[in-house]
Design a protein around this ligand. Sequence first.
Ligand code: NAG
Ligand code: NAG
Ligand code: NAG
Ligand code: NAG
Ligand code: NAG
Ligand code: NAG
Ligand code: NAG
Ligand code: NAG
Length: 553
Amino acid sequence: MRPPTLTSKLLSVASLAALTHAELGKIHWRGPCNLTNETYMSESGPLICGTLEVPLDYTDSSSNKTLTLDLAKWPATKQPVAEPIIFNFGGPGENSFEGLGLYGEEFQAILGGHNDLIAFNPRGVGNTLPFSCYSDSTSRELVSLQAPGDGRASNTALGEIWAQSANIAQACYALNNQTGSLIGTSFAARDTMQVVDALKGKDALLNFWGFSYGTTVGAVIAAMFPERMGFVALDGVDNPAEVLNGYNAQKVVDVDKVLEGFCTGCMAAPDLCPLANYYSNAANLEAAIYMMLETLKANPIAIPEIGGVVTYSDIKSTIYNALYLPSSWPETSELILYVQARNTTILGNAEVYATLKSYGESASLVSSAKEAGTGVTCSDRARSASMEDLLPYIRASETLSQIASDNANGDMTCAQWNKNMYAKERYTGDFDVKTAHPVLILSNTFDPITPLAAAKNLTATFEGSVLLEQNGYGHTTLSMPSLCTAKAVRAYFANGTLPAEGTICQTDVPLFTNLTYADVWPKSFQRSVESRDDASILRALMSVREKMSRRRR
Ligand SMILES: *[C@@H]1O[C@H](CO)[C@@H](O)[C@H](O)[C@H]1NC(C)=O
Ligand SMILES: *[C@@H]1O[C@H](CO)[C@@H](O)[C@H](O)[C@H]1NC(C)=O
Ligand SMILES: *[C@@H]1O[C@H](CO)[C@@H](O)[C@H](O)[C@H]1NC(C)=O
Ligand SMILES: *[C@@H]1O[C@H](CO)[C@@H](O)[C@H](O)[C@H]1NC(C)=O
Ligand SMILES: *[C@@H]1O[C@H](CO)[C@@H](O)[C@H](O)[C@H]1NC(C)=O
Ligand SMILES: *[C@@H]1O[C@H](CO)[C@@H](O)[C@H](O)[C@H]1NC(C)=O
Ligand SMILES: *[C@@H]1O[C@H](CO)[C@@H](O)[C@H](O)[C@H]1NC(C)=O
Ligand SMILES: *[C@@H]1O[C@H](CO)[C@@H](O)[C@H](O)[C@H]1NC(C)=O
């Protein structure tokens, strides 16, 4: 979706019409989505769009102001139709139409086709209280150039990021002072339950599959409405108590292990990872990557043809982001070779350069979607802090991982957030919860942003919940295909069957591979796959993997 323009933003604030309560609670399905963005048009399939009016401010019972949620539905493909499942693609700030439009067909194949799949654009995104801090990309770009993307780039970096963050927080306030307190996670939880009420009737149970920050929304819903939890799967868990109230250094605890996995996978597949030909083992390769980054600090790469400079922050952030998705690793290994060779022809290529900068530039300021994420995160945190207060957390994060971003920018922006944009409602309770049905928790063994430890923590506090560990790398279990995981998810949503405690699912393709579905099925697929259902699940998993990697590019 196009970043919302200032005009469309003001219009949508103006259209917070005072509707009567009679119109609350009913979804108006308006027909095929007619999405105008060409990305969706090719992918959005049979998506049906609709709207639902929900209270604008759940804390103000005297107000009758409402907010329009934009909903999308990928209808069930098979009879009998079972209960709908609501998806949350995380971020915060992810456009749900994009997630459901891109992967709806695959989710239907994984789940068996008997459920309507529902998603709605959360507050801050699309037309729903769009949260953006700049009215044009030129001002956004200018601000992002004022400090490096990573606090370790130099010994002046943290101070520069602090100053830049003050500007960002101020810019966000100038454009969102009326709505910035209305986009937090507790309101997202209540909106989700409004959708359930409208779909299934008051007090009905929620069926939900949340990814990444979507697991935080899911955990808050479970804590606020434990009696209404149907089948709830949380995939790629961030510790919700830390996300909402802390500084959450723990989230980067496994990142360096994912880089180790990159190096091991590379050495095992020299055809797809030419880097392997230059090193005798994975440890040497890993050391060389860290060495390359250190070198870039004092010797960034000038690209005179375009007046550009490729920096430590650019390359480090690009590698860190690639760790989310093993299907992007062959390409990342090529990039590393070109950086080592300081090949300005390749690095100065317009597309390559823009990609590196989009990861490397500071401020998470590359798009309004990131700003929406900052808006949600900072309004939830609702805590001002000085640079001195933050330093211990930033140092802790640096100690836990060499390759991860220190997230100085995000933390510093939140520390200077305007109090008028603190979330009106914040969940501050614990997550020691007994849900009506037990929750299914999913995690890769090595995830670069939502570590297994956080999934274990939530499993320990949600009574009866079971953790399914997928022995793989990347962010959420979708980052690597595993028939075993997908079948466990299908069984859970079909009838609540939980995997046995301690289940560890293996993945079905190696880390470095150029195999597509056509290659692995049925020719060289290494295990016996009996049923046609299994074949269609595997096809879907391979397709998700391919689409995710295409989308990264
Ligand atoms: C369509 O959406 C994609 C993904 O959000 C975005 O990158 C692209 O710029 C959009 N295209 C148009 C024409 O808005
Ligand atoms: C909304 O509330 C305001 C103030 O309480 C009231 O004046 C107005 O009539 C209400 N509007 C509707 C449509 O109910
Ligand atoms: C899409 O266009 C069709 C035909 O004009 C219309 O019937 C439908 O309501 C539109 N969908 C939405 C979501 O506006
Ligand atoms: C509040 O928002 C309005 C509209 O976006 C803007 O004109 C005004 O300057 C903002 N106020 C402050 C104090 O930033
Ligand atoms: C995959 O990589 C192998 C080894 O480099 C190569 O022989 C094969 O042609 C590639 N296959 C595809 C579909 O690109
Ligand atoms: C950069 O890489 C390209 C593609 O491999 C190669 O053709 C070119 O000669 C390299 N340039 C330099 C300066 O090494
Ligand atoms: C889970 O994490 C919270 C917040 O960090 C912590 O207070 C709690 O002790 C942890 N619980 C378990 C069982 O690890
Ligand atoms: C639950 O659903 C799964 C997948 O459809 C099926 O394999 C399993 O037999 C079902 N279990 C029960 C107890 O009905």
